[in-house]
Design a binder for this molecule. Sequence first.
Ligand SMILES: C[S@@+](CC[C@H](N)C(=O)[O-])C[C@H]1O[C@@H](n2cnc3c(N)ncnc32)[C@H](O)[C@@H]1O
Length: 232
Amino acid sequence: MTKFFKNLYKLFLLNTPIYIIIRFIKNFLPNYKTKRKSLKIENEIYKNFLTVNKDEKWFCNNLYFLKKNLRNFNGVENILEIGSYEGRSAIFFLEQFVNSKITCVDTWSGSDEHSNKNFFEVEKNFDKNLSSYFKRLTKFKIDSKNFFITNKKKFDLIYVDGDHSCEQVDIDINRSWEILKKNGYLILDDYLWWYYKDLKKNPAHPINNFIIKNISEFKNLVVWKQIIIQKK
Ligand SMILES: C[S@@+](CC[C@H](N)C(=O)[O-])C[C@H]1O[C@@H](n2cnc3c(N)ncnc32)[C@H](O)[C@@H]1O
């Protein structure tokens, strides 16, 4: 509960618009204490998952929230993921949308929070974890900035979970918005990730600015630890 108030306080300090705060509060109770439900989904999806650290399950805490919110998503065929790591989120989306293909973009070299990580092993695990999905996977080992420069494709669903610095989140979400199809879905991870002491350097700040600028083009906006947006 205290975490909830800490998050709320930080969102207020960032001058987060009230319509975002209300959505966050509204989602708090239904997603409070859903770890057990997420664990059940985790056990079904990641049976032989290889990892460098079994405690690194950032994505798994969102499984119940995501499954619940994605259950009525239609027409998801082409997915783009910025930031894949060992493939947990990629596998989730491939399992959720069984007729989809995914494009995974990652440098496999980490960012600020990944010091002392063996990214050679991380990438090797990604390749093995995704090996049974190889027909549905396109892998780009490249900086997202360069991916957006060369990419010409449009996507039905884009998941942004790459470099979490303010500047890069700003680039990733704005470029993603340009290549998201009408009625498509944009999912942003780590809205409530407070790694940097200066609050404005964390993802919530560029995400708030993006929402304020583009809200008239949204069909739907869900706010929790992750943000889900549907484009008109
Ligand atoms: C939090 S991890 C992604 C976790 C993954 N989505 C999951 O849920 O399992 C962030 C990833 O972003 C990658 N990354 C960092 N900076 C990047 C950039 N500029 N472009 C593309 N990927 C980047 C890192 O190498 C790392 O694998």
